[in-house]
Write a protein that binds this ligand. Structure first.
Ligand SMILES: Nc1nc2c(ncn2[C@@H]2O[C@H](COP(=O)(O)OP(=O)(O)O)[C@@H](O)[C@H]2O)c(=O)[nH]1
Ligand SMILES: [Mg+2]
Length: 195
Protein backbone atom coordinates (compact mmCIF):
# COMPACT_ATOMS: atom_id res chain seq x y z
CA UNK A 1 0.00 0.00 0.00
CA UNK A 2 1.25 3.48 -0.92
CA UNK A 3 0.71 5.89 1.96
CA UNK A 4 1.66 9.54 2.12
CA UNK A 5 2.62 9.69 5.78
CA UNK A 6 2.91 13.48 5.62
CA UNK A 7 -0.81 13.70 5.03
CA UNK A 8 -1.96 13.15 8.61
CA UNK A 9 -4.35 14.88 10.95
CA UNK A 10 -6.12 14.26 14.22
CA UNK A 11 -9.55 12.96 13.34
CA UNK A 12 -11.41 12.59 16.61
CA UNK A 13 -11.19 11.60 20.24
CA UNK A 14 -13.49 8.97 21.67
CA UNK A 15 -14.27 7.47 25.06
CA UNK A 16 -16.38 4.59 23.79
CA UNK A 17 -17.53 2.55 20.84
CA UNK A 18 -20.37 4.83 19.82
CA UNK A 19 -17.82 7.53 18.98
CA UNK A 20 -15.31 5.42 17.02
CA UNK A 21 -15.04 6.16 13.29
CA UNK A 22 -17.60 4.07 11.39
CA UNK A 23 -15.67 2.70 8.44
CA UNK A 24 -13.32 -0.12 7.57
CA UNK A 25 -9.95 1.65 7.60
CA UNK A 26 -7.23 -0.41 9.27
CA UNK A 27 -6.03 0.85 12.63
CA UNK A 28 -2.75 0.52 14.51
CA UNK A 29 -3.06 1.26 18.21
CA UNK A 30 -0.21 2.66 20.30
CA UNK A 31 0.04 1.62 23.92
CA UNK A 32 2.51 2.27 26.68
CA UNK A 33 3.24 3.81 30.01
CA UNK A 34 2.90 7.56 30.41
CA UNK A 35 6.12 9.25 29.36
CA UNK A 36 7.45 6.24 27.42
CA UNK A 37 7.53 8.33 24.23
CA UNK A 38 4.21 7.50 22.59
CA UNK A 39 3.40 10.99 21.35
CA UNK A 40 6.99 11.42 20.19
CA UNK A 41 6.73 8.12 18.30
CA UNK A 42 3.59 9.28 16.50
CA UNK A 43 5.14 12.66 15.66
CA UNK A 44 8.34 11.02 14.39
CA UNK A 45 6.52 8.45 12.29
CA UNK A 46 4.40 11.17 10.70
CA UNK A 47 7.26 13.65 10.30
CA UNK A 48 5.51 16.21 12.45
CA UNK A 49 6.76 18.31 15.31
CA UNK A 50 3.64 18.43 17.37
CA UNK A 51 0.70 16.54 15.92
CA UNK A 52 0.36 14.32 18.94
CA UNK A 53 0.99 16.53 21.94
CA UNK A 54 4.15 15.63 23.82
CA UNK A 55 2.74 16.55 27.12
CA UNK A 56 4.40 17.64 30.31
CA UNK A 57 1.35 16.29 32.07
CA UNK A 58 1.37 12.55 31.53
CA UNK A 59 -1.92 10.76 32.00
CA UNK A 60 -4.01 13.80 31.20
CA UNK A 61 -5.22 12.51 27.86
CA UNK A 62 -7.92 10.08 28.90
CA UNK A 63 -9.48 9.50 25.51
CA UNK A 64 -8.62 7.36 22.51
CA UNK A 65 -7.20 9.73 19.89
CA UNK A 66 -7.70 8.69 16.27
CA UNK A 67 -5.26 10.02 13.66
CA UNK A 68 -6.18 9.84 10.02
CA UNK A 69 -3.20 8.99 7.81
CA UNK A 70 -3.80 9.79 4.16
CA UNK A 71 -7.36 8.43 4.34
CA UNK A 72 -5.81 4.94 4.22
CA UNK A 73 -5.13 3.98 7.80
CA UNK A 74 -5.24 5.33 11.34
CA UNK A 75 -3.07 5.51 14.42
CA UNK A 76 -5.03 5.21 17.63
CA UNK A 77 -3.28 6.76 20.60
CA UNK A 78 -4.31 4.92 23.74
CA UNK A 79 -3.89 6.97 26.92
CA UNK A 80 -0.79 6.00 28.90
CA UNK A 81 -1.10 3.53 31.73
CA UNK A 82 0.64 3.40 35.06
CA UNK A 83 0.16 7.03 35.92
CA UNK A 84 0.16 7.13 39.70
CA UNK A 85 -1.80 10.29 40.32
CA UNK A 86 -5.18 9.09 39.09
CA UNK A 87 -7.84 7.63 41.32
CA UNK A 88 -8.78 3.97 41.38
CA UNK A 89 -12.09 4.88 39.81
CA UNK A 90 -10.40 6.66 36.91
CA UNK A 91 -8.06 3.71 36.44
CA UNK A 92 -11.01 1.34 36.20
CA UNK A 93 -12.72 3.61 33.70
CA UNK A 94 -9.50 3.70 31.71
CA UNK A 95 -9.26 -0.11 31.83
CA UNK A 96 -12.78 -0.58 30.50
CA UNK A 97 -12.20 1.89 27.67
CA UNK A 98 -8.98 0.19 26.53
CA UNK A 99 -10.41 -3.29 26.88
CA UNK A 100 -13.50 -2.39 24.87
CA UNK A 101 -11.36 -0.98 22.08
CA UNK A 102 -8.76 -3.77 22.00
CA UNK A 103 -11.16 -6.69 22.24
CA UNK A 104 -14.01 -5.54 19.99
CA UNK A 105 -12.54 -3.25 17.33
CA UNK A 106 -12.64 -5.01 13.97
CA UNK A 107 -10.47 -2.33 12.34
CA UNK A 108 -7.58 -3.11 14.69
CA UNK A 109 -4.66 -4.75 12.87
CA UNK A 110 -1.91 -4.55 15.47
CA UNK A 111 -0.81 -2.83 18.65
CA UNK A 112 2.50 -1.05 18.86
CA UNK A 113 3.45 -1.62 22.48
CA UNK A 114 6.08 0.85 23.62
CA UNK A 115 8.60 0.15 26.36
CA UNK A 116 11.60 2.19 27.50
CA UNK A 117 14.84 0.57 26.30
CA UNK A 118 16.64 1.85 29.40
CA UNK A 119 14.55 -0.02 31.95
CA UNK A 120 13.11 -3.42 32.65
CA UNK A 121 9.45 -3.51 31.61
CA UNK A 122 7.07 -2.53 34.41
CA UNK A 123 4.35 -4.86 35.72
CA UNK A 124 1.93 -2.86 33.55
CA UNK A 125 4.10 -3.40 30.47
CA UNK A 126 4.16 -7.14 31.13
CA UNK A 127 0.42 -7.21 31.72
CA UNK A 128 -0.27 -5.37 28.46
CA UNK A 129 1.90 -7.81 26.50
CA UNK A 130 0.20 -10.81 28.14
CA UNK A 131 -3.20 -9.29 27.41
CA UNK A 132 -2.37 -8.83 23.71
CA UNK A 133 -0.99 -12.36 23.43
CA UNK A 134 -4.05 -13.79 25.18
CA UNK A 135 -6.41 -12.09 22.73
CA UNK A 136 -4.11 -12.98 19.81
CA UNK A 137 -3.76 -9.34 18.81
CA UNK A 138 -0.66 -8.88 16.66
CA UNK A 139 1.93 -6.87 18.56
CA UNK A 140 4.99 -4.86 17.64
CA UNK A 141 7.27 -4.06 20.57
CA UNK A 142 8.98 -0.70 20.17
CA UNK A 143 11.76 0.04 22.64
CA UNK A 144 12.01 3.83 22.87
CA UNK A 145 14.78 6.29 23.76
CA UNK A 146 17.50 4.13 22.19
CA UNK A 147 19.60 7.28 21.79
CA UNK A 148 20.04 7.30 25.57
CA UNK A 149 21.82 3.93 25.54
CA UNK A 150 25.19 3.41 23.84
CA UNK A 151 24.85 1.14 20.82
CA UNK A 152 27.22 -1.39 22.38
CA UNK A 153 24.66 -1.96 25.12
CA UNK A 154 21.53 -2.19 22.96
CA UNK A 155 21.69 -5.99 22.81
CA UNK A 156 21.96 -6.36 26.55
CA UNK A 157 18.93 -4.13 27.13
CA UNK A 158 16.95 -5.82 24.38
CA UNK A 159 17.61 -9.24 25.94
CA UNK A 160 16.58 -8.05 29.40
CA UNK A 161 13.29 -6.68 28.06
CA UNK A 162 12.54 -9.81 26.07
CA UNK A 163 13.20 -12.00 29.06
CA UNK A 164 10.95 -10.00 31.36
CA UNK A 165 8.14 -9.95 28.80
CA UNK A 166 8.47 -13.62 28.00
CA UNK A 167 8.75 -12.32 24.45
CA UNK A 168 7.42 -14.41 21.59
CA UNK A 169 10.19 -14.41 18.93
CA UNK A 170 7.59 -14.37 16.16
CA UNK A 171 6.66 -10.79 17.19
CA UNK A 172 8.52 -7.73 15.95
CA UNK A 173 10.96 -5.99 18.29
CA UNK A 174 12.22 -2.59 17.18
CA UNK A 175 14.76 -0.30 18.81
CA UNK A 176 13.59 3.25 18.29
CA UNK A 177 14.60 6.83 18.90
CA UNK A 178 12.50 9.86 18.15
CA UNK A 179 15.67 11.94 18.49
CA UNK A 180 17.80 10.14 15.87
CA UNK A 181 14.86 8.49 14.03
CA UNK A 182 16.61 5.13 14.45
CA UNK A 183 14.13 2.34 13.81
CA UNK A 184 11.62 4.51 11.95
CA UNK A 185 11.83 2.66 8.63
CA UNK A 186 11.72 -0.68 10.40
CA UNK A 187 8.66 0.42 12.37
CA UNK A 188 6.88 1.49 9.18
CA UNK A 189 7.75 -1.84 7.50
CA UNK A 190 6.35 -3.76 10.47
CA UNK A 191 3.18 -1.64 10.53
CA UNK A 192 2.51 -1.81 6.79
CA UNK A 193 2.97 -5.56 6.90
CA UNK A 194 0.11 -5.79 9.41
CA UNK A 195 -2.40 -3.80 7.36
N1 LIG B 1 16.05 11.16 24.29
C1 LIG B 1 14.81 10.82 23.94
N2 LIG B 1 13.75 11.39 24.56
C2 LIG B 1 12.51 11.01 24.19
C3 LIG B 1 12.29 10.04 23.17
N3 LIG B 1 10.96 9.87 23.02
C4 LIG B 1 10.38 10.69 23.93
N4 LIG B 1 11.30 11.38 24.63
C5 LIG B 1 11.04 12.37 25.71
O1 LIG B 1 10.32 11.72 26.75
C6 LIG B 1 9.31 12.58 27.29
C7 LIG B 1 7.93 11.95 27.13
O2 LIG B 1 7.64 11.82 25.75
P1 LIG B 1 6.13 11.75 25.20
O3 LIG B 1 6.25 11.46 23.75
O4 LIG B 1 5.34 12.93 25.61
O5 LIG B 1 5.61 10.46 26.00
P2 LIG B 1 4.12 9.89 26.14
O6 LIG B 1 3.63 10.32 27.50
O7 LIG B 1 4.31 8.41 26.08
O8 LIG B 1 3.29 10.41 25.01
C8 LIG B 1 9.45 13.90 26.52
O9 LIG B 1 10.27 14.76 27.27
C9 LIG B 1 10.15 13.50 25.23
O10 LIG B 1 10.89 14.53 24.66
C10 LIG B 1 13.44 9.46 22.51
O11 LIG B 1 13.36 8.62 21.62
N5 LIG B 1 14.67 9.90 22.94
MG1 LIG C 1 1.45 11.37 24.99
Amino acid sequence: MEINTHNAEILLSAANKSHYPQDKLPEIALAGRSNVGKSSFINTMLNRKNLARTSGKPGKTQLLNFFNIDDKMRFVDVPGYGYARVSKKEREKWGRMIEEYLTTRENLRAVVSLVDLRHDPSADDVQMYEFLKYYEIPVIIVATKADKIPRGKWNKHESAIKKKLNFDPSDDFILFSSVTKAGMDQAWDAILEKL
